[in-house]
Design a protein around this ligand. Structure first.
Ligand SMILES: Nc1ncnc2c1ncn2[C@@H]1O[C@H](COP(=O)(O)OP(=O)(O)OP(=O)(O)O)[C@@H](O)[C@H]1O
Length: 268
């Protein structure tokens, strides 16, 4: 992340809370999301992750505190579940146009950006979990959002698919410079590239970099027994270089703009 003064803040929640039927669903939430920042919400079931995301996106209004969004902010949303009539045939191409009219070239570009260009004519019913998530990413990104909200992006995806999807999230952040708000329903796995983890338990229990949260007494108190004291960080290191368009430079070729990357492993 850039220095604080240079950050373009997209959304600010200040002391925000939601009360329903006299009950506080979530309270006292302070958070900002800046352009190019990845913020991940974690917490047990019912701790207020979805409610906080809804406050940020404007689906819910705060009962207490304030929520400020940059004027004209465009938000792309990747839902946790999509209600589809699985008995009706539906191609990826058609799914992309269900919620808006987009040109064939815009659809092709959005699918290409998530590595799913070849799936244009595929039946949605026949996609793997990881392919389906990629198509949902493309569907959210086709509007070129300033902020992408991902509700459990790796749900129903096996480990190698999970690694690839986290890579894709990082790549989307790097290429589009959108802000990313991620809800992780898995308590213990957070993308290491997350700039800020916010751990909720009806209120903000702790926050910081993944490493800071992993070591914080509040996190250990909240999840210690179940988590075995470990917040697993998915990490990405490079031993390859990228062209300016993000493509990997083939082995044996050189690229002027060295990224200074070292080592390549995926750890979680
Ligand atoms: N519209 C609503 N009216 C009343 N209570 C609600 C409403 N929406 C959510 N809640 C309650 O608010 C609390 C926070 O819910 P929320 O969905 O934000 O949690 P979460 O952390 O996203 O949970 P999960 O991991 O289970 O999805 C829960 O106790 C939930 O039952």
């Amino acid at each position: 992340m850039e220095a604080l003064a240079e950050q373009e803040i997209l959304i600010t929640l200040a002391g925000a809370g939601v009360v329903r039927g006299g009950r506080k669903l979530v309270s006292g939430v302070d958070l900002t999301i800046a352009r190019g920042e990845i913020v991940t919400l974690i917490g047990p079931n019912g701790s207020g992750k979805s409610t906080t995301a809804k406050l940020a996106t404007g689906v819910l209004k705060p009962s207490v505190g304030t929520v400020t969004r940059q004027p004209g902010l465009k938000i792309g949303y990747v839902p946790q579940k999509l209600t589809i009539d699985w008995t009706l045939p539906l191609t990826v191409e058609r799914l992309m146009t269900l919620t808006g009219h987009f040109s064939a070239s815009a659809i092709a570009a959005a699918l290409d950006a998530v590595g799913a260009a070849h799936l244009l004519k595929a039946a949605v019913q026949e996609l793997s979990g990881g392919e389906f998530q990629r198509v949902l990413f493309a569907r959210a990104m086709i509007r070129k959002p300033d902020l992408l909200v991902l509700d459990e992006p790796v749900q129903g995806v096996d480990f190698s698919g999970e690694v690839a999807l986290y890579d894709l999230v990082r790549q989307i952040r790097d290429t589009t410079r959108s802000g990313i708000l991620m809800i992780s329903h898995d308590l213990h796995v957070v993308m290491a590239e997350t700039d800020t983890v916010i751990c909720l338990n009806g209120h903000v229990c702790c926050r910081g970099t993944p490493t800071a949260v992993k070591n914080s007494p509040e996190y250990l108190r909240l999840f210690g027994e179940r988590a075995g004291g470990a917040l697993a960080l998915y990490q990405h290191h490079h031993d390859h270089e990228h062209h300016d368009d993000g493509c990997v430079v083939p082995e044996g070729q050189t690229h002027d703009h060295s990224h200074g990357h070292e080592g390549h492993d995926h750890v979680r």
